[in-house]
Design a protein around this ligand. Structure first.
Ligand SMILES: Cc1cc2nc3c(=O)[nH]c(=O)nc-3n(C[C@H](O)[C@H](O)[C@H](O)COP(=O)(O)O)c2cc1C
Length: 185
């Protein structure tokens, strides 16, 4: 027997993306977003509402970064998803986060979050809420690398459980992609 939950916005894993952008005065703001993912080669799509400060900022600056929320900063990343830059002008400061301008796009990189996808705006459709960005660079802090490779244990990205409104850290390795299945070919 299965229990039917109806048409919920639930899949596993859901990301915890922190989308950051500058406003018209170069002030950085960021929000939490779970409804997104890779949609094309070098392209990311995220469903973000028109009324968010981040959306307005992206439309002005034509760029944004998408950082992976991490276990160390789960509380701060949650705050970015419940407070709005429309009311709080210094959300990132409240979190104790610091930003540097991306070398590649006109958008802030949050120093405390070790991995960021740096994007140029391709399009935003207010009706579908769909934001599409061209991935120009993915930057990962050395602190999250082992011998030059991304180390998921060091990065400790979190995902969102929309059934229970919880955050979970990405767990242990259980297989090798494009490889383990060959045993069944
Ligand atoms: C776990 C979580 C996931 C969220 N996912 C999304 C999302 O995918 N799209 C969206 O528009 N808002 C999402 N939100 C809500 C925004 O992050 C929130 O409204 C935020 O205050 C907007 O900030 P801003 O106005 O400063 O841009 C999410 C919030 C949380 C806590």
């Amino acid at each position: 027997m299965r229990k039917n939950f109806g048409p919920k916005t639930a899949v596993y894993p859901m990301p915890v993306f922190i989308i950051a952008a500058y406003d018209e005065n170069g002030v950085a703001n960021a929000m939490n977003a779970a409804w997104g993912g890779i949609s094309e080669e070098k392209e990311i799509s995220i469903c973000i509402s028109e009324d968010h400060k981040t959306t307005a900022n992206i439309l002005v600056s034509k760029a944004f970064t998408v950082s992976m929320a991490t276990a160390d900063y789960a509380k701060e990343c949650d705050y970015l998803g419940i407070a709005s830059g429309n009311k709080v002008s210094n959300k990132l400061e409240v979190c104790g986060f610091h930003t540097d301008k991306s070398e590649f796009v006109n958008a802030p990189v949050i120093r405390e979050l070790p991995m960021a996808v740096e994007c140029e705006l391709i399009s935003y459709d207010p009706e579908s809420c769909r934001l599409v960005g061209r991935i120009v660079n993915v930057g990962v802090d050395e602190a999250a690398l082992t011998e030059g490779k991304v180390d998921v244990a060091k990065l400790s990205p979190i995902c969102y459980d929309s059934f229970n409104h919880d955050y979970h850290v990405i767990g242990e390795k259980v297989g090798n992609a494009f490889s383990d299945g060959k045993a069944l070919l």
